[in-house]
Design a protein around this ligand. Structure first.
Ligand SMILES: *[C@@H]1O[C@H](CO)[C@@H](O)[C@H](O)[C@H]1NC(C)=O
Ligand SMILES: *[C@@H]1O[C@H](CO)[C@@H](O)[C@H](O)[C@H]1NC(C)=O
Ligand SMILES: *[C@@H]1O[C@H](CO)[C@@H](O)[C@H](O)[C@H]1NC(C)=O
Ligand SMILES: *[C@@H]1O[C@H](CO)[C@@H](O)[C@H](O)[C@H]1NC(C)=O
Ligand SMILES: CC(=O)N[C@H]1CO[C@H](CO)[C@@H](O)[C@@H]1O
Length: 576
């Protein structure tokens, strides 16, 4: 498969990379690629498909017709009823018209695109009805394009390129009520394109008769192609795929740093515990903050708090009003209650017992302060980060999160996986372990709007399956009775067939029930963020190998590409 092809050789790439890292700050020495794949040129409509203005058929010039087709393709979408969308579209469309067209077509309400719209609907219907051979042919053509344009050579490695196709022109949609919706997203031409490659490489050729805007050789950046898009004026890039060496290596280093923390975390912990007794207030505050970061996986806090509109905080910027101290509550001693808005304005709420010394220190920090005062008045993010660097090279608050998330995943997997479980039950255990981490990292979400409905659908399926099962059981019972009466081979076979049917339905039912449990438990938890950013993929890969669960059940396609480095180098030194 695709992915397997990509993975080949990954291990040796990573083992080589330490000596290939350049000391002069450059990202590559050699970069060769074929440039982008442009959107196919516009194909004029057949003559029989007419556009009507004010009830009369009218043949449009090719540029005006092309833009009209963008609108026609969206005709059934709510967008085309919105005033801003219509206004922006009409203004941009008129720019593409000949002067004669401009003078005739003055009111969008008099334009009738319905034949065009019908034509495109029929075309998309025809595409769905294509024969196997036709589909295969398209697939082969895509594969050929991928082989030609989808890879580049960066230094000594062939790397997959992310999005080498340039988006076709169309009408800008934007999110929500974007003021620019309906504007014409122009066709990108070779003259818009800046190519980045090395001087000594074979430069990509522009399509015949055209020229690149510029060819440059900047090895401090990793993009291959860039252009400026006309709606927002933002710069677009073609870059390497996340599975590429440069990106994979960064990811790998992150988890290696977390592993290094594992080796020295005991030393760090005993040091901050000593520091709780320090004579210096700033050191005590630093030590308590570090304890929170370690124990609660809190973020350090923003470096640039000014200019932030949302009032979100991290560990260093906690204020007096964000915590409450209870010397004794609910049978527990020394309890701290946290309640604040963290990153992306997600509420962090937690009530946990802490060590006595931490509690006493917190009481001290709170003395003579107002609710809006800083809890740690002798500490800020840069001081804390500097201290972390001194404790271990590359250490940040995030490394504690990564470390704790990864080790928690490993412990949970070990605890939750039963060797005798079926594959679906094992996957449920994996998701539960993943959820434990997401809760630790405070990755909550609002239940999806479709939640109730999709649960209902699933419940209906379960009910149906249950009915099927009782029918199948009855049939098995009567087949057994028949066999008892006749004792012939035919009835014996019938019993076997019915028994298998019952077994199969039982398995299907179990799968559905596991799915329902999983979905219910996942209602308010977002698994993606921790999976993508905090969990060492090597743990998941090793778990899959150990229990013979295919990796596709744990990671989807994008995730498999991102973690290609880990999938290939899975180590066996995890215990589950
Ligand atoms: C648009 O044209 C089609 C014929 O192509 C016609 O059936 C339809 O009624 C017209 N719509 C309007 C709103 O005039
Ligand atoms: C990870 O965080 C949890 C929750 O606060 C904590 O109880 C646990 O000790 C931490 N584990 C490690 C290994 O740091
Ligand atoms: C943090 O505190 C130190 C020492 O008080 C100070 O020099 C530094 O400017 C502060 N940094 C920020 C980002 O406030
Ligand atoms: C894979 O899962 C992530 C969530 O973690 C999602 O954002 C992404 O769209 C998924 N990709 C595919 C190809 O399904
Ligand atoms: C030399 C040069 O033009 N460098 C530019 C390359 O692209 C980056 C953006 O990725 C710019 O920041 C550099 O200025």
């Amino acid at each position: 498969t695709d992915t397997q092809q990509l993975l080949r050789g990954r291990r040796c790439i990573l083992l080589l990379s330490w000596e290939e890292r350049y000391t002069d700050g450059s990202k590559w020495r050699f970069l060769e690629h074929k440039g982008p794949v442009f959107a196919p040129p516009y194909e004029p409509l057949p003559d029989k498909v007419k556009f009507y203005y004010d009830g009369k058929a009218m043949k449009l010039s090719a540029p005006a017709e092309e833009v009209a087709t963008f609108f026609a393709k969206m005709l059934e979408h709510e967008y085309t009823t919105k005033d801003i969308f219509r206004k922006n579209f009409f203004k941009d469309w008129r720019k593409e018209m000949t002067s004669e067209e401009k003078s005739k077509i003055t009111d969008l309400n008099k334009c009738n695109f319905s034949e065009m719209s019908e034509y495109f609907k029929a075309q998309s219907e025809a595409r769905k009805q294509m024969s196997k051979e036709e589909k295969l042919k398209i697939k082969e053509e895509n594969e050929k394009t991928l082989q030609e344009y989808g890879f580049c050579i960066m230094d000594n490695h062939k790397e997959r390129i992310g999005n080498f196709r340039i988006e076709p022109p169309g009408l800008f949609r934007g999110r929500g009520d974007h003021p620019k919706m309906g504007m014409l997203k122009r066709r990108i031409r070779p003259e818009d394109i800046i190519i980045n490659c090395s001087k000594d490489s074979k430069h990509p050729k522009p399509p015949p008769g055209s020229k690149w805007k510029e060819v440059r050789h900047d090895n401090k950046v990793t993009w291959l192609v860039s252009w400026t898009e006309n709606i927002q004026g933002s710069i677009k890039y073609i870059m390497l795929n996340p599975s590429s060496r440069i990106k994979g290596e960064k990811d790998w280093q992150k988890y290696e740093t977390a592993r290094r923390l594992k080796k020295c975390v005991d030393r760090i912990r005993s040091q901050y515990r000593d520091d709780w007794k320090s004579k210096e207030m700033r050191i005590r505050q630093r030590a308590v903050a570090l304890y929170f970061i370690d124990k609660l996986a809190l973020r350090a806090g923003n470096e640039k708090e000014e200019g932030e509109t949302a009032d979100t905080v991290g560990c260093c910027s906690l204020r007096v009003e964000h915590i409450k101290l209870y010397p004794k509550i609910d049978e527990q001693e020394y309890v701290v209650e946290f309640d604040f808005l963290g990153k992306d304005s997600i509420r962090y709420y937690n009530k946990i017992p802490v060590e006595k010394r931490v509690f006493k220190n917190l009481q001290l920090f709170l003395e003579n302060k107002q609710p809006e005062d800083d809890l740690f008045d002798r500490l800020n993010t840069s001081i804390l980060n500097k201290h972390l660097q001194e404790l271990m090279d590359g250490l940040t608050a995030k490394v504690f999160r990564t470390y704790n998330a990864s080790i928690t995943l490993q412990q949970q997997l070990k605890e939750l996986t039963c060797p005798d479980d079926s594959i679906p039950a094992k996957i449920l255990s994996y998701n539960r372990a993943n959820r434990a981490v997401a809760i630790l990292c405070n990755h909550q979400r609002a239940p999806p709007k479709t939640f109730e409905k999709s649960m209902q659908t699933l419940q209906t399926k379960i009910d149906e399956k249950q009915n099927q099962l009782s029918t199948a059981r009855k049939q098995l019972k009567s087949a057994k009775a028949d066999h008892k009466a006749s004792h012939d081979d035919k009835s014996k076979k019938a019993v076997e067939v019915k028994r298998k049917a019952v077994q199969r339905i039982e398995e299907q039912l179990m799968k559905l029930q596991v799915q329902a449990t999983d979905r219910e438990e996942n209602k308010q938890i977002a698994l993606g963020t921790s999976k993508l950013n905090y969990l060492d993929p090597r743990i998941s890969v090793a778990w899959c190998k150990k229990w013979d669960v295919s990796i596709e059940k744990i990671y989807n396609k994008t995730q498999r590409e991102k973690f290609a480095w880990a999938i290939d180098m899975a180590e066996e030194d995890y215990e589950f």
